[in-house]
Design a protein around this ligand. Structure first.
Ligand code: GDP
Length: 490
């Protein structure tokens, strides 16, 4: 199953249809050019417009990024609190977006991907907050520059910015520090040197004006933005009329936004890539089919026979895994070894894996297929900021993305990242309303697309200036199946 055994794959476009720039040092990041050889599902083709936009954006990151004179100037102006002029600074001036990294790895990946798309749409340099091992888990995505915010950033406390920060866009609108009703011509309006964009689950109506056209016009010329989100805000960007033409050209297939951005940005570092490839080669490569099952358990949730039953009925009903026959039954010799399936279970607990494995050892399958069951780790509890913990989590997300069929737990950003990277539309297991509720029926449902769900969307119609169902405004933005008020691209 290693690269050498796959001559056809060796010829496959290692640059993912032009998505990746050529010429980066392969030794510093093996995953960038090797991942194509591990993917049976080659994924979707990026549009020519996306490919050329990426190359132009990389050029911007190099021209304005850390280490350049433009960067030093911009940092100095931020330090002295200057915005670089009234209303319209020269177009050539570099503008920046700093993306705060917090919460679990799935959240951090969705936040960085969202920030990157916004940076591309608004010609800003993306700089990622290196907290929480962002520097140790991912290779640099842009050739010839760094995407990590360097030490010495003048807004020393930016990682503790919150809904109460006076410089948040929402608070500046509320306090009339920024006015969107004055129009572009307002002669004396002094722009702030920076704005904090607060888009997590605590954001206010004013914070979410971010998804409106006139607010985007007000934000455009602010030299520095610092953004906090733990969610995939991309469906919200599709609501902004001013972005729609460009988004249509970048993504003629609207259900592939994270698929392409994720494969472009997130390459496991060599240590994590070792975890991925050794596990894949040892346990998954030789099977005829690989099925991924993501079992997200929260807190000290007990081992749940009901959830185990949901997993087995889902996989059998959807014909992802074979049924088993009564103990003592023997599969027909003819069917033996005709087909093998490897199941990759990821979970904080090992109980579900143990049960599934025992089931396929103690019983024959109705089809005669051999089923092997594997789980790389069981960390028991979710921990924040623990180094080896995050490396394993990232490796497991990546391994799930290398499977041929994927079953996920609704609500989980961990699963969203795996499905998007893999180009897999998952079967989603929905949570029953509470522990005593009847078992979920059906046990799982095929999702409407492989895109992640935006959990904290706006509920406001910018043009009508009143509350609205944002899942009904533009054709490709709908509500999610797993989080009913959430928004997703289809
Ligand atoms: P979400 O909370 O499900 O949306 O996903 P996140 O990735 O944002 O946060 C969950 C965190 O818990 C992860 O970053 C991991 O550290 C840990 N975690 C959850 N499920 C698993 C798992 O199956 N395997 C491993 N190794 N860690 C997990």
């Amino acid at each position: 199953g290693s690269i050498l055994q796959w001559p056809a794959a060796a010829a496959r476009d290692k640059l993912l249809g032009g998505l990746l720039a050529d010429g980066l040092d392969e030794g510093s990041c093996h995953s960038r050019y090797q991942s194509a050889m591990y993917r049976r599902n080659a994924g979707r083709e990026p549009s020519p417009h996306l490919v050329s936009k990426l190359r132009r954006h990389e050029e911007l990151q190099r021209r304005c990024g850390p280490g350049t004179a433009a960067y030093s100037d911009a940092v100095e102006r931020l330090r002295s609190g200057k915005s670089g002029g009234i209303v319209s600074p020269p177009e050539a001036e570099c503008r920046y977006l700093v993306s705060i990294s917090y919460r679990g790895i799935g959240n951090r990946i969705l936040a960085a991907a969202s920030a990157f798309l916004y940076a591309m749409l608004t010609d800003r340099v993306l700089l990622v907050d290196p907290s929480n091992e962002m520097d140790e888990l991912f290779c640099e995505p842009f050739p010839g520059t760094t995407w990590l915010l360097p030490p010495g950033f003048p807004l020393a406390n930016y990682t503790s910015f919150s809904v109460d920060t006076a410089e948040s866009y929402g608070n500046m609108v509320k306090n009339k520090v920024i006015r969107t009703d004055a129009g572009d011509a307002a002669p004396t309006a002094q722009l702030p040197a920076f704005a904090y964009i607060h888009l997590d689950h605590t954001s206010t109506v004013e914070d979410k004006f971010f998804f409106c056209d006139e607010d985007q016009r007000a934000i455009r010329n602010i030299p520095w933005l610092v953004m906090r989100t733990d969610s995939y805000i991309v469906p919200g960007l599709f609501l902004v009329t001013g972005f729609q033409d460009e988004l249509d050209m970048l993504f003629p297939e609207t259900d592939t936004v994270f698929h392409h951005l994720g494969r472009y940005l997130f390459h496991p570092t060599n240590h994590v890539w070792g975890l991925v490839t050794r596990y894949y080669d040892a346990y998954l490569a030789t099977a005829q089919q690989r099925v991924g099952i993501q079992v997200r358990v929260f807190g000290s949730q007990p081992e749940s026979p009901k959830l185990l039953d949901q997993i087995t009925t889902c996989t059998q009903k959807e014909k992802l895994l074979p049924e088993v026959i009564a103990a003592g039954g023997v599969a027909s010799a003819a069917a033996r070894r005709q087909s093998s399936k490897a199941v990759l279970v990821t979970s904080l607990k090992s109980w579900y894996y143990e049960k599934i494995k025992s089931m396929y050892w103690e019983h024959a399958t109705a089809t005669g297929e051999a089923v092997s069951v594997h789980q790389p780790s069981h960390e028991e509890y979710q921990r924040f900021g623990a180094r080896s913990h995050d490396g394993k989590a990232w490796a497991e997300i990546y391994l799930l993305s290398l499977t041929d069929a994927l079953v996920t737990s609704g609500w989980s950003t961990f699963g969203y990242v795996a499905q998007g990277l893999g180009g897999l539309t998952p079967w989603v297991m929905h949570k029953p309303a509470n522990d005593t509720a009847a078992a979920a029926d059906p046990p799982c449902r095929r999702d409407v697309s492989m895109e992640p769900c935006f959990h904290a969307p706006p509920f406001y119609d910018c043009r009508l200036k009143r509350g609205a169902d944002t899942g009904k405004i533009v054709p490709h933005v709908r509500h999610c199946d797993d989080v009913q008020w959430g928004l997703k691209l289809v």
